[in-house]
Design a protein around this ligand. Structure first.
Ligand SMILES: [Mg+2]
Length: 342
């Protein structure tokens, strides 16, 4: 007897999500949006609630040989806040669940929670519950974040229109380059434990990898400017992959321009040092937790002078496809490589 076996790697992360969500039916009118965006949206009277969860596993999402526990705690909260931000909502509460092996002491858990508390302070959220349990292998952290917004202010992935301007915040590629540096220095250290890694010149890229900051500042500034993005998501899997998500959900194409892509000088220099193409790092590097959004052209003048919002391209008709225009003026098809967990 042979049973059919499909490898999870054949589906990939997004294929697996589609596969699992196919059979989920929404029964309650208050469940406005289920699986498929950065966060779910729930009816809550005059406001809506958004809910999102992330699971972080030692050895998959973080490596305690170089990630300090307070940073791991901070990041676990920040990545969830980033998904709330990606809905144009304000985070209010989190729950934190952890599984620990006996390798961890009370002092280690305190260090982890010092980072969680620092993030709660930074983003103005309350820790309201969770669960703790034993783990057979290492540390597991699951954070759920709950946020609020006015219904008409929520930005979904599916609202981008032809001719909307595509915007990215901050700079991109730093977290991927930072990870490469941390992995390189770890190998050096394993080969020769007397070697002290000198990470002084890599603080921006390693900092982005170890302790990213969700762009709540941008969400507040968009509100002040009176701009509601027509679509939005956070950049956790890489710019190109996120552009594909918005194009698919909104049924549009996109053209972006290489000379508009934001990259920090340290990211650029470090990528070159590592023999990586800086633009590939920008397009396919994950975990920067910047925001990608589209705005109506009429809103351009309200954001034009913002120092940390970059206008990287525009949305086109779906049949026009997705293209990167290089510095020499050649249009090359964008490829969504993204971050591969499986
Ligand atoms: Mg997201």
């Amino acid at each position: 007897m042979s049973e059919k076996r499909t490898e999870i790697g054949d589906l990939g992360e997004f294929g697996l999500i589609d596969h699992l969500s196919e059979k989920i039916e929404i029964k309650n009118n208050s469940s406005l949006t289920g699986i498929g965006d950065d966060a779910a949206v729930i009816e809550g009277g005059d406001h809506v609630k958004v809910v999102t969860t992330d699971l972080l596993l030692e050895g998959v999402h973080f490596d305690l040989s170089y990630a300090p526990l307070p940073h791991v705690g901070f990041k676990a909260v920040a990545v969830n806040v980033s998904d709330v931000a990606a809905m144009n909502a304000i985070p209010k509460q989190i729950t934190v669940s952890i599984a620990l092996s006996n390798r961890f002491s009370v002092e280690a858990v305190d260090a982890l929670y010092s980072g969680i508390r620092a993030a709660c302070e930074h983003y103005g959220v309350d820790l309201i519950g969770g669960d703790t349990t034993a783990s057979r292998s290492g540390l597991v952290i699951s954070v759920t974040a709950i946020g609020e917004a006015k219904k008409e202010e929520i930005s979904y992935r599916n609202g981008a229109k032809v001719n909307d301007i595509l915007c990215a915040t901050g700079d991109l590629g730093a977290a991927l380059v930072g990870l490469q540096i941390l992995e390189r220095e770890k190998q050096v250290f394993l080969a020769n434990p007397d070697m002290r890694p000198d990470l002084e010149k890599y603080t921006i890229v390693t900092g982005r990898q170890l302790r990213p900051d969700a762009r709540m500042d941008i969400i507040h500034e968009l509100k002040e400017a009176g701009v509601v993005p027509t679509s939005m998501m956070d950049i956790s899997d890489g710019l190109a992959s996120e552009i594909f998500h918005i194009c698919k959900a909104s049924n549009v194409g996109a053209t972006i321009y290489e000379d508009k892509l934001p990259i920090d000088k340290q990211t650029f220099d470090t990528a070159v040092e590592l023999n990586l193409d800086p633009i590939t790092c920008v397009l396919n590097g994950g975990e920067d937790y910047e925001l990608l959004f589209t705005i109506d052209q009429k809103d351009f003048s309200k954001l034009e002078k913002h120092p940390d919002i970059h206008f990287i391209g525009h949305m086109t008709k779906p049949e026009e496809g997705k293209f990167l225009v290089t510095k020499s003026g050649t249009a090359v098809p964008l490829k969504a490589q993204g971050w591969k967990h499986f």
